[in-house]
Design a protein around this ligand. Sequence first.
Ligand SMILES: [Cu+2]
Length: 141
Amino acid sequence: LKRFRIALTLFLGIAWPFGALADERTGEIPGRSTVVRLLEYRFEPAQITWNAGEETELVLINEGTVMHEFITEALKDLDVDVEINQVVTETQGVAELEIPPGGKAVLRFTPKESGEFSITCRAREPKDHFKEGMAGRLLIR
Ligand SMILES: [Cu+2]
């Protein structure tokens, strides 16, 4: 696969049709997959645990009515495949994803080092999501 580097933040604004989510809205995908729903104003679940060295898939679904963000330091030094609308981009380091209502992104990567990280949403419309409690914790063990 072709590799390329994105030095800072991979910023993705996605226009995603609501209908495309039909099969993904319920339940966990079996295996090493974590589904995180973004809502006003929380992540569900807000606590995520991954294993260092294990191939991991993260599915982010915005089930809210406004734009949400997924911001973390946990992925910034990793090779990450980002799949949006069936297009896969292989990149190094993901710091922030911006996902519109009804939008979905799938990230695949292998965590390397253990640590504890925050996840936050810094969107401010219609109010400050972080202040409303839109934050969580990501543990890599
Ligand atoms: Cu938000």
